[in-house]
Design a protein around this ligand. Structure first.
Ligand code: 2AM
Ligand code: CA
Length: 254
């Protein structure tokens, strides 16, 4: 299965790069900063077609084209985000990812995050028992505390100190805002960031969570409960030590 998915992702990346070379059709969704392009939609349709041919019984949960309500826990579900970081795609022509995840009855099996312009694929999970950076196996990142590392955040959470995001950031070496959930997950998996706090939809965290699980890095949603895969929700994840500190801080300062 992983071989097929990797080949779809590389093919999708070629479509995205071709799309960058021609005029993008950019539309606003909920507001002027919530964008979708013709390439997001085309690449999602391409991935859907590949999945349907490979496994006609599988269900698909995806950001675009009305696939955003599929339950995670009924049989095999592919979770796809054709372009994660659409704003970066439009404004920077880099710093965006393709993300694919496979869940079976709600249990994460395989996650894939592809940084298209850097040609860096991070993938793995329970089905293969490992996480890879291209062909190289990744080792478990050091279990650093907040004060020992950089932490990724969503700008709105930080600005308003929601869920004590600013206070937590102040305990770290510094915050980073990358504008692409996939890149934040890559940074945690590589060990260059110790955590990530954001408001994410299921396709934003599905692939990254599977790889974090495999590396023993915890993640959870609102009220210190499991992520629901149903809506946009609080996401907190990182090294075991950093996540425990964040949980303790939030409990003490409710
Ligand atoms: P996207 O480009 O696929 O929408 C920072 O903006 C990160 O949050 C990106 O990964 C982006 O993914 C995601 N994001 C932005 N707006 C969002 C929204 N309204 N709901 C969920 N995720 C969002
Ligand atoms: Ca997207």
């Amino acid at each position: 299965m992983e071989k097929e998915i990797i080949s779809w992702i590389y093919e999708a990346a070629e479509k995205i790069k071709t799309g960058l070379g021609s005029a993008l059709k950019v539309d606003e969704k909920s507001d002027r900063t919530d964008l979708v392009t013709n390439v997001d939609k085309e690449v999602q349709n391409f991935l859907v077609e590949k999945i349907n041919t490979y496994d006609p019984d599988a269900k698909i949960l995806g950001e675009e084209n009305g696939l955003d309500q599929t339950p995670i826990d009924e049989g095999r579900v592919f979770v796809i985000d054709p372009i994660d970081g659409t704003m970066n795609f439009v404004m920077q022509q880099e710093n965006f990812c393709i993300m694919v995840a496979v869940y079976e009855d709600g249990i994460g099996q395989l996650g894939f995050i592809y940084d298209v312009m850097r040609d860096e694929l991070f993938w793995g999970g329970a089905r293969v028992g490992k996480v890879f950076y291209n062909r190289k196996e990744i080792s478990v990142p050091k279990n650093k505390q907040l004060k020992q590392g950089l932490i990724g955040m969503n700008a709105a959470l930080y600005r308003h100190n929601f869920h004590h995001a600013q206070d937590i950031g102040n305990k770290s070496m510094g915050i980073r805002i990358l504008g692409c959930a996939g890149l934040e997950f890559i940074a945690m998996i590589k060990g260059t960031q110790i955590g990530y706090i954001s408001m994410l939809s299921p396709w934003d965290y599905a692939a990254g969570k599977i790889m974090m699980d495999q590396l023993g890095m915890p993640s959870y949603g609102a009220d210190q409960q499991s992520l629901t895969f149903r809506k946009r929700e609080l996401f907190i994840g990182g090294t075991e030590a950093a996540v425990r500190e964040i949980q303790a801080f939030n409990q003490e300062n409710q």
